[in-house]
Design a binder for this molecule. Sequence first.
Ligand code: PHE
Length: 345
Amino acid sequence: MGMEEKVNAIIEEIKAWKADTNEELEAYRLKFISRKSIIGELFASLKDVAPEDRRQVGQLLNTVKDTAQQHFQLLIQGLEQKRDNEGMQHLKDLTLPPVPGQNGSLHPLTLTVSRIIEIFERIGFDLSDGPEIEDDWHNFSALNFPENHPAREMQDTFFIEKDPDIALRTHTSSVQVRVMENRKPPIRTLSPGRVYRNEAISARAHCMFHQIEGLYIDENVSFADLKQTMLYFAQEFFGKKTKIRLRPSFFPFTEPSAELDIYWGLESESDYRITKGTGWLEIGGCGMVDPNVLSANNIDPERYTGFAFGVGVERIAMLKFQIRDIRYFTENDIRFLQQFKTVNF
Ligand code: PHE
């Protein structure tokens, strides 16, 4: 093979060379660039070429050497480009819209509490707050629970200390005692909050749940005011056609006392199941504040009367959103929570 063909064959080989890795680049360098490369060897053999041909062969060798150098630069650039692209894969197309972020949503209990507050704020109720760890006075005694009376057992209390008793509050009525301590009538207040009872956890009951209690004390507050307020609330929350009924009941702090039921209807099989075939559902307790409670809190029972009510927030939320199991509220399962994104009362 003449020198010219040899050089052409090498140029072909150079142009076809690809380097996707550093190893392939290095193999190229060894083969075409280094001193011991085929091109280096050709230069070394130049001394054996007949003097009259040396000039022409030398030009040929310079051409192949330049080609090898140029292609080497191309391979280096190509590899650098590739490395950059890999590092900025996500920035490849800067005109693409961003990946949509996940918007959070309010917890169904937050939604329910806010809605209830909104309903009562419109008729002049303010908000009050108190501690979750309570003494015996605020949770029981000031609310007319007699010492050693079985009514204390009615609310399965988590005691933290005995004598004097310190416990997790079993109802937010304790907040109402704190309000009566600090304010004079007229009082119209709503106390939302977390409460605790030592109950076995099931689909319907939890040892930790939420209540909203309301207290209204003024001159001439009557049972008719209580009933009208409960009807207003039920219709605002569950719909204008909602009917209520008050069933006689007992609480130490109210007299008379009643359970508040709403008419749920008996249209479907599930209506039969959740209302136990009656069509009615209990949503809370209420009554006229017992005069003993007013006296215990230095409010003159001869001059003032009042009503109080309490509803379970989980219970109301479960009815409103048709939630089957109270445990969902505290499990933080995103599949559950996501469903409340679009709720708008
Ligand atoms: N505190 C009562 C409970 O937890 C509910 C209630 C409040 C009843 C106010 C009557 C009046 O069961």
